[in-house]
Design a protein around this ligand. Structure first.
Ligand SMILES: NC(=O)c1ccc[n+]([C@@H]2O[C@H](COP(=O)([O-])OP(=O)(O)OC[C@H]3O[C@@H](n4cnc5c(N)ncnc54)[C@H](OP(=O)(O)O)[C@@H]3O)[C@@H](O)[C@H]2O)c1
Length: 247
């Protein structure tokens, strides 16, 4: 059956890989991003790949007042949605967050507040539908605060907790919430980092896992799967040892 999909942060490499999968099955897509040039390139590509309709909407996710008009446009375009994916985010310069409070709060807003605002808006639309999956990309970084990415991890942890509460709240209405925790993924976000090759996967691999998790109505997805065990170990390291580790 033809599915309707809404993606916020649609120019993200992971989101684009997910969108391709839905396009190939003939879905109708409503794509939201802040960069219209990139958005149009992606929309055209998805039409060629088989999407039965693609509509776009330009929005900076930090503009809270733009979220409800965007949702109005989305529901006017396709009436109801099967899947929503929130994918936008930034990787803050942790060293700068330690001395520049305005920058730190701005980054927290992009990675935390704006995602919670989008989740809230989507829940307002999905709940009356009584169906569908709201999927949100967090990170393994949200599982435990580390010195090297404390600000980013804190924003992701806020999403984790909010998504958990939202899942419980929406359960009775038939709407499902999927929390996605990727490990290292080779995308523009991590292009300048020296990631360990054996632990780093492509956006395509993560997108395959995300689509499967949506279909199976999983609550939490670690992708790739081994991050579930890595993070279990990291979470259980006693604090007196953890604070001495260079992580
Ligand atoms: N790559 C990894 O290793 C990794 C690991 C764990 C979690 N994640 C998470 O995965 C998600 C997708 O990231 P990615 O790896 O696909 O990186 P990416 O390709 O760099 O995508 C990040 C996206 O966020 C968008 N964005 C940033 N600020 C925005 C704002 N204020 N309003 C609207 N859009 C905004 C960017 O838009 P522009 O194109 O306009 O800049 C870009 O499309 C993020 O939430 C990230 O935290 C990534």
């Amino acid at each position: 059956m033809k599915q309707n999909i809404i993606i916020i942060g649609a120019t993200s490499a992971i989101a684009e890989a997910v969108a391709r999968r839905y396009a190939e099955s003939g879905a109708q897509l409503f794509l939201v991003a802040r960069n219209n040039d990139k958005l149009q390139l992606i929309a055209n590509d998805l039409k060629i790949r088989g999407a039965s309709a693609v509509q776009t909407w330009v929005m900076d996710a930090n503009d809270n007042e733009a979220i409800l008009p965007m949702l109005d446009a989305a529901w006017n375009a396709f009436n109801s949605y099967d899947v929503a994916l929130i994918a936008h985010g930034t990787l803050p310069d942790q060293a700068r967050t330690e001395t520049d409070m305005i920058y730190a709060l701005d980054q927290f807003c992009t990675n935390g507040d704006s995602v919670i605002a989008c989740l809230t808006g989507l829940a307002m639309r999905f709940e009356p539908q009584g169906k569908g999956v709201i999927a949100v990309i967090s990170s393994v970084a949200g599982d435990r605060g580390r010195a090297s990415n404390a600000l980013y991890g804190a924003a992701k942890a806020a999403i984790n907790t909010y998504a958990s509460g939202l899942r419980v709240r929406l359960f009775k209405s038939g709407v499902h919430v999927l929390l996605i925790k990727p490990g290292f993924v080779a995308t523009p976000m991590t292009a300048k980092l020296d990631l360990p090759a054996r632990l780093t996967v492509t956006a395509d691999k993560v997108a395959t896992d995300i689509q499967k998790a949506i279909n199976k109505r999983k609550n939490v997805l670690y992708t790739p799967w081994f991050w579930q065990w890595i993070m279990l170990i990291i979470r259980t390291i006693p604090e007196f040892l953890f604070k001495k580790m260079k992580l």
